[in-house]
Design a binder for this molecule. Structure first.
Ligand SMILES: Nc1nc2c(ncn2[C@@H]2O[C@H](COP(=O)(O)OP(=O)(O)OP(=O)(O)O)[C@@H](O)[C@H]2O)c(=O)[nH]1
Ligand SMILES: [Mg+2]
Length: 358
């Protein structure tokens, strides 16, 4: 990436009738444009840059006669998804893009050159001096995307986590009637919010049992938790508490996160049982929802509520951050393979959508 060069200063003279040299009138150059990045909620944007190698802000214009200054070069503002971490490979400096709309300064444009008018003084009435504009800063940047997960799904194996992710987003997570179908976290995008389906947890997960341990690390960095409890469980309180216990043992921070409790597979119980179970669940958590994957209406209702909750949460965390004087808690989720696959799939779908619109 390259910031703009400053425009050169100009040597010129005032042109007045009857006087050969009316004094110096060479204008200054304009300053070179700076380079910034800006956080956006569009995770496909990086694909746009795939074939571009050089990013440059505009150069400042050279100064002109008649004391006209060159225009400043336009800044380059490069949109990148929130969660991007840019490393300046020359200086090693790291920049984290955590908020939507946040502008981060990367490279300084070159200083403008001075025209000869600037050198005028009592002893120097006809200065010939001028200066050239400076080059802008330039550096190679390494960009890494650390996705910020808004909602992490937790629950026992077979609770219906992957099925739900597929319904709420365009993800294609593997779903099957056996335990530990999901081996790696799956990601989905719900109106710009990132949802992550974490492999099933079991009792002892926090001590390394099952697959859970490796992934609790990921949930620990999400903004909120969606706790799924299947109504197949005879005792939903016990099922709920077992998972809560694991989360708490793993980390206090995790157990203090905002949690939504979702009772799944409502189609497997009678309306009367469901009513009882909801009452039971409300004693465990104030935010209780129910749903069945085969009932589209229940999915739609949950989806609408979820979007509202995620928006609220975003507002709250924005306010919290402000009150902490800008001190940010990075809520970061990283997998080696998922994001690339996720981005490619999204781009493909977007391309298809555009085609079908034509
Ligand atoms: N009857 C019924 N079955 C469901 C519902 N949701 C999911 N299932 C089934 O439950 C089984 C498990 O679903 P998954 O979505 O794979 O569950 P998971 O929580 O991702 O499981 P793991 O990946 O093993 O942790 C599958 O056979 C699904 O078809 C539901 O609402 N009703
Ligand atoms: Mg799964």
């Amino acid at each position: 990436m390259k910031a703009g060069k400053g425009g050169d200063g100009y040597v010129g003279w005032r042109n007045e009738k009857g006087r050969e040299f009316g004094g110096p009138a060479g204008g200054n150059g304009g300053r070179g444009g700076d380079v910034y990045v800006r956080g956006v909620r569009d995770y496909t944007i990086l694909l746009k840059y795939r074939n571009i190698k050089d990013f440059a802000a505009k150069n400042g214009q050279n100064g002109m006669g008649g004391n006209v200054w060159g225009k400043n070069g336009q800044d380059l503002i490069l949109d990148v998804p929130i969660g991007s971490v840019l490393t300046n490979e020359t200086t090693g400096e790291k920049f984290e893009v955590l908020k939507e709309g946040e502008l981060i300064f990367l490279l300084k444009g070159g200083k403008a050159g001075l025209g000869n008018a600037e050198f005028k003084g009592p002893k120097n009435v006809a200065p010939e001096q001028f200066t050239l504009g400076n080059e802008g800063e330039r550096a190679d940047f390494f960009l890494e995307l650390q996705l910020v997960v808004d909602l992490g799904f937790v629950g026992f194996p077979n609770a219906g986590k992957s099925s739900l992710l597929n319904e709420l987003t365009r993800a294609h997570a593997k779903v099957a009637a056996y335990q530990f179908t999901t081996l790696e976290p799956n990601l989905g995008d719900l109106h710009g919010y990132i949802l992550a389906d974490i492999p099933g947890l079991i009792e002892g997960a926090s001590e390394g049992k099952g697959l859970g341990f490796k992934f609790l690390r990921h949930v620990n960095r999400t903004k909120a938790i969606l706790h799924l409890v299947s109504l197949e469980n005879e005792n939903i309180t016990e099922a709920y508490k077992t998972i809560r216990g694991e989360l708490a043992t793993y980390s206090k921070e995790l157990s203090e996160k905002k949690e939504i409790l979702l009772l799944t597979k409502t189609d497997l119980v009678t309306p009367a049982v469901l009513k009882k179970k909801i009452a039971e669940a409300k004693k465990l958590n104030k935010l209780v929802f129910t749903l069945s994957i085969i009932d589209d209406k229940s999915i739609k209702e949950f989806k609408d509520s979820l979007i509202k909750i995620l928006r609220e949460l975003e507002k709250e965390s924005g306010e919290k951050k402000k009150s902490k004087k800008g001190k940010d808690e990075a809520v970061v989720f990283k997998t080696d393979t998922a994001p690339t696959k996720f981005l490619e799939e999204r781009a493909e779908r977007a391309a298809k959508k555009i085609k079908s619109k034509k």
